[in-house]
Write a protein that binds this ligand. Structure first.
Ligand code: NOJ
Length: 753
């Protein structure tokens, strides 16, 4: 459906939402009939029970609930007053609760078991931010497949992932959970992860329902402080924040989680525009919305609901179908329906959506399909999962600097000093948000390196953190104890090359872990500089869950590898890159700032009215720092080099626009390159970013080999959302850019009629 409107600038095409949303899930009439029949048999109380989700009776991923001990919960479960639980893991535990739901409740409706399977169950894959740096959608999908296979074998049938919040502020601890600053890439990565989790048959026993979260705007919390306010303009909402969610809905994601934050004055959980108007009506989302942990109740703190009862009415009327952990629905909905504050049709609608997902998962056919002890044993840490984890871990590593080709190291000649507590750590590399993992199961860098050489000596130098609770109290990080320095410095002075593994502890990112500083925590920067004073041949291996601001290292250290937190296979992956058995190919998905004062910093910004330094003072700049990032979005080196030439746009008609470029490997080893396509809409009815990623292709080239890479540009490429949320395509002049990162491109023009 297209209709043409006249606009001031000429011809404007408005493309109705139908064009891009007709992929949304269709309902199955057989299932709908079963739901009708079930709804007719359910009491109001039983319906509300389906909308109530409780934390399992032990491990919590949020503040401990104030009421509801295990005994009370078991009693509620038997009465059909719980429709879902989260944080219950393991076949035995799941079976025990499922048996109560199926055998002891009046209607025997099975529970759906939710869990934060964010980057793996037992086999831990790289943190999502790292994995996105692979730009390898197949590998990302397979990584989610590994996670789903292990989680489903432990009784889980629903993951609270992927997080598709676009993130521009490295101070926010949850940047580690997403795919970075770009909505186009974020959509592709999110869809790949949904495919991996949900597979092609949701009713199979090794696929699980995915959840697009956090709807919406949570990635834009002010000042990067967790749970803070979000206040954003309509253009950012429609063009940056919402597209990944829409892409996931179009690709059948079964559930959506709303968010803790207030967005433009309205809490997400009580947001009619987001949940009803956009998600359910415009996008035709057929699954259900779950609240975030007690986000319903938190509307009272936000000053949006009078009390818990008011919060329940606001949330359900706004389209929040399942209440996670605030007990608002179970305590108050019955009364609210009876008084007419909540129409019963809103309850029926919510329950229908929840039951629909349970039917699609096949839980009514076999509630114990995820409960097979034999499968559980075989799946966890399965060798096939290890090789997939290693594959994606290698691809996630980003080579930031390699002066004088210091890397790769030779396993023969060099005497290596390996320094840094993180090098010998088998826990931190698992990262944050790994709820079901076993502690200390990562292969540390020390062990990885041993496979390539014995000619190295290790010294800790300085701890990143001490004691079990340090991940909560960052203040406990070692800021004073330099006793390990001497050993590390002496070792460095006697070695030919120094590998320093520095960064953040695994729990310094994730929920509730915002930071105001983006340097190396504790004494690590000091140690780095002291070691550099005796040996400049340093390879800095960074392990962190967010972009860091490391201008000193970027200026002085010859080789820097961004290795993030790579999960179980960390040591093997890092060693493979250090010794060149894998040629790094990752590209950054968030800009690295020079200083925390530049944050939020992102490549797809608008132009200011004074972008250029025509004179000294009155233009858009800082007086003490450059505007540009330390490392831009899309940046990452290889052990080989690639040349770009021959950028062309060819168009036989407006619906067939093709861009081609030739990429040549002009180095002396085979390598992978992520070829990136950006556009700039030069004049538009709503100002457009200076660059927007609109396509990418990961290719492999042997030395001397050239390849022509082609991109097809459609209306979807050229269009954008106006401030009414309509997708528009305007004629006009576009810069078309292709290159190796967002700051290094070839450029040409295209006039779109
Ligand atoms: C709160 C987090 O914001 C959310 O992402 C997570 O899924 C829930 N807790 C459940 O653990």
């Amino acid at each position: 459906m297209k209709r043409r409107l006249q606009a001031l600038s000429g011809c404007l095409i408005i493309i109705g939402s139908i064009c891009f949303s007709n992929l949304a899930a269709q309902t199955n009439p057989v299932i709908e009939k079963k739901i009708d029949a079930l709804l007719r048999r359910m009491t109001l109380q039983e319906k509300i029970g389906q909308m109530n989700q409780y934390n399992g009776f032990w491990e919590a991923t949020g503040p401990a609930p104030k009421d509801g001990d295990a005994k009370t919960k078991y009693d509620m479960l038997k009465k059909g007053l719980i429709g879902s639980v989260l944080n219950v893991n393991g076949v035995q535990n799941v079976r025990k609760l499922q048996e109560i739901a199926v055998k002891e409740t009046r209607l025997g409706i099975p529970l759906i078991f939710g869990m934060d399977v964010i980057h793996g169950q037992k086999t831990i894959l790289p943190i999502p931010l790292a994995e996105a740096c692979s730009w390898d959608l197949k590998a990302i999908e397979q990584s989610a497949r590994v996670a789903a296979t292990e989680a489903s074998a432990q009784g889980i049938n629903w993951t609270f992932a992927p997080m598709v919040d676009v993130t521009r502020d490295a101070r926010w601890g949850r940047v580690m959970e997403g795919a970075g600053e770009d909505p186009y890439l974020g959509s592709k990565v999110g869809v790949a992860r949904v495919k991996g989790f949900q597979g092609t048959d949701l009713a199979a026993n090794n696929t699980i329902a995915a959840c697009a979260k956090h709807f919406a705007g949570y990635g834009f919390v002010e000042a990067g402080r967790e749970y803070n306010t979000v206040d954003i303009g309509t253009s950012t909402l429609y063009n940056i924040i919402l597209p990944p969610f829409k892409a996931l809905v179009d690709n059948q994601v079964q559930t959506v989680m709303n968010a803790f934050n207030v967005i433009n004055g309205i809490p997400s959980t009580g947001n009619v525009m987001l949940q009803k108007d956009i998600l359910k009506n415009k996008w035709k989302f057929k699954g259900f919305v779950v609240s975030d942990w007690a986000s319903g109740a938190e509307m009272v703190q936000h000053g949006f609901a009078k009390d818990l009862k008011d919060a329940a009415a606001i949330a359900v009327n706004a389209g929040s179908d399942m209440d996670m952990e605030s007990s608002a629905y179970i305590k108050h909905l019955e009364e609210l329906v009876k008084s007419g504050t909540v129409p019963v049709k809103n309850i029926d609608e919510a329950v229908r959506r929840i039951l629909r997902v349970k039917f699609l998962l096949g839980l009514f056919d076999d509630p114990y399909k995820y409960c097979d002890e034999k499968r559980e044993k075989e799946a966890l840490y399965n060798p096939a999962h290890q090789s997939k984890a290693l594959e994606v871990a290698k691809k996630s590593i980003v080579l930031l600097k390699n002066e004088g080709s210091l890397l790769p190291l030779s396993s023969q000649q060099q005497k290596i000093a390996l320094i840094g507590a993180l090098a010998n750590d088998n826990n931190s590399p698992l990262g944050s948000w790994r709820v079901c993992s076993d502690n200390n199961t990562a292969i540390p860098v020390v062990a990885g390196i041993q496979q390539y050489t014995r000619n190295f000596t290790y010294a800790k130098g300085v701890t990143v953190y001490q004691g079990i609770h340090d991940f909560i109290h960052e203040a406990n990080i070692n800021y004073t104890d330099t006793t390990g320095f001497q050993e590390a410095i002496a070792l460095a002075s006697q070695s030919q090359v120094v590998v320093m593994v520095l960064g953040e502890s695994g729990f310094q990112t994730g929920e509730g872990r915002s930071r105001t500083e983006l340097g190396l925590p504790g004494l690590q920067q000091q140690l780095l500089e002291r070691v550099y004073a005796v040996n400049k041949n340093i390879v800095l291996v960074l392990m962190n869950g967010r972009p860091l601001a490391l201008p000193w290292a970027a200026a002085h250290i010859p080789a820097i590898l961004e290795c993030w937190q790579l999960g179980t296979q960390t040591g093997n992956a890092i060693a493979a890159v250090l010794f060149g058995s894998y040629n790094p190919s990752g590209k950054l998905v968030m800009s690295f700032p020079r200083s925390v004062g530049q944050v939020p910093i992102y490549y797809n910004h608008l132009s200011t009215g004074r972008p250029d330094s025509v004179e000294l003072v009155f233009w858009s700049h800082y007086s003490d720092e450059k505007n540009s990032p330390l490392y831009p979005f899309g940046y990452g080196l290889s052990y080989t080099t690639f040349a770009y030439s021959n950028l062309k746009v060819q168009s036989s008609n407006p619906t067939d626009v093709r861009v081609s470029v030739t990429v040549t490997n002009n180095g002396n080893r085979a390598g992978e390159e992520v070829v990136q396509l950006y556009i700039h809409d030069k004049v538009a009815s709503v100002a457009r970013p200076v660059k927007e990623l609109k396509g990418f292709e990961k290719i492999t080239l042997s030395p001397g080999q050239s390849q022509e890479v082609q991109f097809r540009l459609t209306d979807e490429t050229f269009g954008f959302y106006n401030n009414n949320g309509q997708f528009v395509v305007e004629p006009g002049d576009f810069d078309i850019m292709v290159g190796t990162n967002s700051a290094s491109v070839l450029s040409t023009h295209y006039y779109k009629n």
